[in-house]
Design a protein around this ligand. Structure first.
Ligand code: NAD
Ligand code: DAU
Length: 332
């Protein structure tokens, strides 16, 4: 039985990965999570207790990390400060966790010679124009825009340096925008779904023309497991599911699926430095590692995500007023 350490496993994508691994393998999982505002132990409820341990701690705690690395075979590193809007408000935790935290994990992986997979984002490549036929590939130069994406870019570069300088057995993946169950309601799709449930009008930044490339979190998980099992050490893989949509289209789709008029939303203050468009070309992952997404249809994935938020109000209700108050203080 392989023992995997999953950092950030109580967050959105990390918890989806833990569910995926326990359902599709015989692996044992240890989650290391600081339980920041974004971590939620309820996201790990119902999983087999004999195959899952939880450790409450910080990835920048070198003593704790050293001990945990000595007891596992592989590490999948999700833990991060993940929200662009928060990084504009207070960048410091992004530097501490995304850069110093990743450095701490790399040093432990080097000392114990552990296989490590680093989770990153397409935002490290900056943004594309709406009419640009190009999509991001593994060769696209780094050009991050926000404090969040620049700290993720920094963490990627640290991983590459540890591979080249110390022979670390690491891989990197850069994925597009995820949606699905267990996503914090500060993020675009769950914010709008929970607002409609509460009778609040959805809020679109600026004109709403910005495009994101959506992938279901379970497809992200299957891609990461594929890379962990079959990826070539030292390589980077882009993960995406050809899901480009404008924010306006997504809001109108949510309203329609929830039985509301398609124009029942408001335009609010735009995000500073707002990236216009992300688009992933995942040919390398699909051809070299034979991966393909299971959620072919965004509308169906969105409908099941709406159903999940309707059925799990207890999971998000306590944070709704605070999230909306924070956005309201910024005119969003
Ligand atoms: P999230 O904010 O939902 O979860 C982050 C988790 O990390 C939380 O459980 C939090 O408690 C934990 N954490 C934060 N700081 C920590 C620390 N110092 N030590 C230990 N745990 C800590 O984030 P997410 O959306 O699930 O993103 C997970 C990873 O995936 C991040 O690395 C992010 O950059 C990357 N990513 C996200 C997306 C997306 O669409 N959300 C897309 C591509 C890549
Ligand atoms: O591309 C991958 C990235 O996707 C990840 O690296 C990040 O961790 C993740 O948060 C996400 O970043 P975005 O900034 O694209 O996601 P967010 O959900 O914050 O916003 C998606 C789009 O919706 C973006 O163009 C901003 C817009 N938006 C967001 C909110 C919260 C709105 O129009 N209204 C809103 O209320």
């Amino acid at each position: 039985m392989r023992r995997i350490l999953v950092t950030g496993g109580a967050g959105f994508i990390g918890s989806n990965f833990v569910h995926h691994v326990l359902a599709h393998t015989d692996d044992h999982v240890t989650v290391l999570d600081k339980l920041t505002y974004a971590g939620n132990l309820a996201s790990l409820e119902g999983l087999p207790v004999d195959r899952l341990d939880f450790v409450h701690g910080d990835i920048a705690d070198a003593v704790l990390v050293d001990d945990l690395f000595s007891r596992v075979d592989a590490v999948v590193h999700y833990a991060a400060e993940s929200h662009n809007d928060n990084s504009l408000h207070d960048p410091r935790p992004f530097v501490d966790t995304n850069i110093v935290g990743t450095y701490t994990l790399l040093e432990a992986a080097r000392k114990h010679d552990r296989r490590l997979h680093h989770i990153s984002t397409d935002e490290v490549y900056g943004d594309l124009e709406l009419d640009d036929p190009a999509r991001f590939t593994e060769q696209t130069p780094y050009n991050p825009s926000s404090p969040y994406s620049s700290t993720k870019a920094g963490s990627d570069l640290l991983v590459r340096a540890w591979v080249r300088s110390f022979g670390l057995r690491a891989t990197i993946s850069n994925c597009s925008n995820n949606y699905g169950p267990y996503q914090h309601i500060e993020k675009f799709i769950p914010r709008q779904i929970t607002s409609v449930i509460r009778g609040i009008r959805p809020k679109l930044y600026g004109a709403g023309e910005n495009v994101r490339d959506w992938i279901h979190a379970d497809d992200h998980s299957s891609a990461v497991l594929t890379i962990l099992d079959h990826g070539v050490v030292g390589e980077t893989y882009l993960i995406g599911a050809d899901g480009e949509r404008s924010n306006k289209d997504v809001v109108e789709l949510i309203l329609g699926l929830m039985g509301r008029p398609a124009d029942e939303y408001e335009h609010v203050t735009d995000r500073a430095g707002h990236d216009m468009r992300y688009a992933i070309d995942s040919t390398k992952l699909r051809t070299e590692l034979d991966w393909a997404p299971s959620f072919g249809n965004f509308e169906e994935g969105l409908a099941s995500t709406i159903a999940w938020y309707r059925d799990h109000e207890a999971w998000w209700a306590a944070s709704k007023d605070g999230v909306e108050a924070f956005y309201a203080s910024k005119g969003q």
